[in-house]
Design a protein around this ligand. Structure first.
Ligand SMILES: [Zn+2]
Length: 268
């Protein structure tokens, strides 16, 4: 599943690729996504200029003259960059954003968990307004984490993956950050010390920044904009591993339905 670093990479690639910033038309090819694509998006976006393209959590947001387009890649969403209008559609193509110069961003999603929405005011948008703080912002610090951990019995891994608390940390990065900060994924949130929180916050920022630099992890079903088969594969420390650097066998525990990789010896 594309996580925050992959989405950041996609945003950077779109920003680099799109020359004309004026939308010629938004074309719905197959409206069946996690939410059916609203039939009014084409008329709302026609001839609009894109002012900025940015990431919020795992959402790609196009700020237009009037309103916003919000795209989520779901599990298997990819955005293809096309400069041939007549290129035939492929299976699982869902919509086109066509620009005045003829270039097209084409959204393809095999498993259809992605989405696209239009809204006038981003602060009231039902998906975006629920998002917690950005993990790479200064507001996400040890004090914030300690405050939200207090009184919470849930495993720390579930807490940092809760999008309403801090947004954009998926399973892989949660495992990696907990490993680096030497905290067991099932440790109760309320038992984290301020020192634990500081280590964890730093580890989360570290793994996300490193992954953004590397262009995101390589995951099957995920292609970069230029059609290359996936991103540069970064070195993971614990996720998907069998042996820890200390020689111990990596354990796998289901937490919140997700596989959590950890070392019983290195993580307390
Ligand atoms: Zn170990």
């Amino acid at each position: 599943m594309p996580e925050l670093p992959e989405v950041e990479t996609v945003v950077k690639a779109i920003n680099k690729s799109i020359k004309s910033r004026q939308i010629n038309k938004f074309k719905i090819i197959n409206s069946k996504l996690r939410w059916t694509i609203s039939s009014y998006i084409p008329s709302k976006t026609k001839d609009n200029y894109i002012k900025t393209i940015y990431r919020r959590g795992k959402y790609i947001i196009f700020k237009l003259d009037i309103g916003y387009l919000i795209i989520h890649l779901g599990m298997t969403g990819i955005i293809k960059f096309i400069n041939d209008k007549d290129l035939p559609y492929e299976k699982h193509d869902h919509f086109d954003i066509e620009f005045k110069d003829g270039y097209i961003l084409r959204y393809n999603d095999v498993r259809k968990f992605g989405s696209v929405h239009y809204c006038k005011n981003i602060d009231n948008q039902f998906l975006v307004k629920k998002l917690g703080c950005e993990p790479l912002d200064d507001t996400f610090d040890k004090f914030y984490l300690k405050r939200v951990c207090q009184k919470k019995e849930i495993p720390i891994k579930n807490l940092i993956m809760n999008q309403t608390i801090v947004t954009g940390i998926g399973n892989i990065y949660a495992c990696e950050a907990l490993f680096i900060s030497e905290i067991k994924p099932h440790k109760k949130s309320k038992s984290l010390t301020l020192d634990n929180c500081e280590k964890l916050v730093n580890a989360i920022k570290f793994v996300l920044k490193k992954s953004i630099r590397d262009g995101g992890t390589t995951l099957k079903d995920f292609k970069s904009l230029d059609g290359k088969p996936g991103y540069f594969k970064q070195k993971l420390l614990v996720y998907g591993k069998q042996l820890c650097g200390c020689g111990n066998e990596i354990k796998i525990l289901k937490i919140g339905g997700r596989s959590s990789f950890y070392c019983n010896k290195c993580q307390k």
